[in-house]
Design a protein around this ligand. Sequence first.
Ligand SMILES: [Zn+2]
Length: 316
Amino acid sequence: MTVVPIETPSECIVCGARHLRQWGSSNRHSRPPLGLDEFALYPGNRYQTYRCENCEAVQKSPLPSADALAALYQTSTDGEWGMNQDPQLRHFDLLEAIAANSRRDTGSSKVLDFGCSNGELLKSWGSHWSKYGVEPSNAASALAEKNGLTMLSKADYPNYQHFFDVIVTVDVVEHLLEPAKELRALSELLRPTGRLIVMTGNTDAVTFKIAKGGYWYCDIPEHVVFFNPASCEALAKQLSLEVKDIKTLCHYNANSHRHHLKQSTKFYAYFLFKNTVAALFSNRLKRTTYPNLASAKDHMIVSFAKPLSNKPAQGA
Ligand SMILES: [Zn+2]
């Protein structure tokens, strides 16, 4: 079988810079994408990760096509959509507390959840919020509507310019093939001084730095781009937004110490194995995937603020 080499991407999908460097060794996804039985998104299921030397964002190569990803989300009937999440476990309260910074003093404040899935995040928020959602999956969108969200599509964007006090997007930006373009469109829906709150993985986490492209977060086929605080700052500059706050945290809130210890032991034991036994005996073993360490602080919540005046500075 001929193995086609993976090409270095020509440009960064976050900032457009043309200087990308390989980040770690090449990998294979260990599970198929959302609701599919086969590894349809990547030829031979192989991928490599590259880091932008300008903004520090990391992206996969090859990237799946926009059409293939869109079809995947639209038609997915994955049982996950109907799942009831534990609000504490998924930081719903913390996200609402951060959003409260841009709540209006009187009347209801307007919030949009971009990629809202079944709408459970906003369902858990107080009744002083007017709740809106954008969601590509038809099945999830129907559930979000039942959960009290007014559903919008991108075609509705022109009618909602400067409308929202808060836009929240959780576990979504890592799925985007054009993250800057999508977030720019969202920032136009925010009123001046409104907040864009983004939760995603953080490649600066020590576990992420060790495992690089072999980390559990990259093993998810729908995840194509990975950020750290520096790439969020670079993104804010591009979008004329300001980073107000970055909180690093575990993806899931309620892992016990015992669970964390068990996962960490597996993770670091694997690190030793990969760099000693596997390195000596087999290249194939070197390419296996790190065990899941969901209890590591490998996520972040980034709060972007829209300035009062969004005009570019003179001479910029
Ligand atoms: Zn970049």
